[in-house]
Design a protein around this ligand. Structure first.
Ligand SMILES: [Fe+2]
Ligand SMILES: [Fe+2]
Length: 280
């Protein structure tokens, strides 16, 4: 038994600023043709859902239009950024309530043959913003593993290269939330940690887990404005989860997808070049 799961990420959809919609629509056609069992979007569904209901409404409609079983997760542009690193739009109760009202649950757990998939909210991990709901979900999922393998999906990578690093960067989870997650896992080691957010594809291993970054469907950010950690590209990932705990992964390029560079879209988030090299 194999469960095929397409992981898309960072769609950055907006009614007012529909720059990245045509790429999403090409991916949507490809997904409908490929017919995976499940589609997961690892966040930044909307271009500015943290402040605009309409962008979240647009993202909801676009995902409903896939006509496939779809589970999505919030990104920093959907609910605001984690308080450890937030500059302009911190996550707060109002933003979370808006996300839940328009999109739905911001955390979830799914059981498929041989695996438990845990969808987490990277922007609230370790914060006291949801009456312990996320902590409870993680604890319960781990307690009920019963020999199944564990895969975690969340917006931001857990770390760059190691669980022990202490970077304060909005590119990765910071040490506090990462340690909080580790304590909730109580020794369970996820076979897979799948994230988005960096708008680059990468596949690495540390701490006993495979860490995979999905490319965005929307855009990448060129050198030198964003450091190269992996492959700067747009596309999506196709995961195969096997009932015996096996896992295979394919990077999918879609014909006619445009490798947009955020530098060419100052109307989206401002002039990336003005932030300086390595800051985007
Ligand atoms: Fe993004
Ligand atoms: Fe993001």
């Amino acid at each position: 038994m194999i469960t095929r799961i397409a992981q898309i990420s960072d769609s950055h959809l907006s009614v007012e600023k529909p720059f990245f919609r045509s790429n999403f629509d090409l991916v949507a056609i490809h997904l409908r043709d490929t017919a995976p069992d499940i589609v997961i979007n690892t966040g930044d569904l909307a271009l500015d859902g943290a402040d605009h209901d309409a962008d979240l409404v647009e993202a909801r409609a676009a995902h409903a239009g896939l006509g496939l079983e779809c589970h999505v997760l919030p990104g920093n542009h959907d609910v605001g950024d984690h308080l450890d690193v937030a500059r302009r739009q911190p996550v707060n109760a109002e933003r979370l309530a808006r996300y839940r009202r328009i999109i739905g649950p911001d955390i979830w757990s799914l059981e498929i043959s041989g695996w438990t998939l845990l969808g987490l909210n990277a922007l609230t991990l370790g914060l006291d913003l949801d009456e312990g709901r996320q902590d409870g979900l993680i604890r319960n999922a781990v307690a009920a593993l019963a020999g199944r393998s564990l895969a975690i999906f969340l917006h931001k990578p857990l770390a760059d290269l190691s669980h022990n690093e202490d970077l304060t960067s909005n590119r990765f989870m910071t040490a506090g939330p990462r340690q909080h997650l580790a304590s909730l896992l109580e020794g369970a080691v996820p076979a897979l940690v799948a994230s988005g957010h960096v708008h680059q594809y990468r596949d690495s291993r540390f701490g006993g887990s495979r860490h995979v970054w999905a490319p965005a469907t929307s855009f990448m950010i060129s050198d030198p404005w964003q450091p190269g950690y992996g492959a700067k590209m747009v596309g999506y990932l196709m995961h195969e989860f096997h009932a015996d705990g096996g896992h295979r992964l394919e990077v999918v390029g879609v014909r006619d997808l445009v490798h947009h560079d955020l530098v060419a879209f100052p109307e989206a988030y401002g002039d990336v070049r003005a932030w300086g090299p390595g800051k985007a």
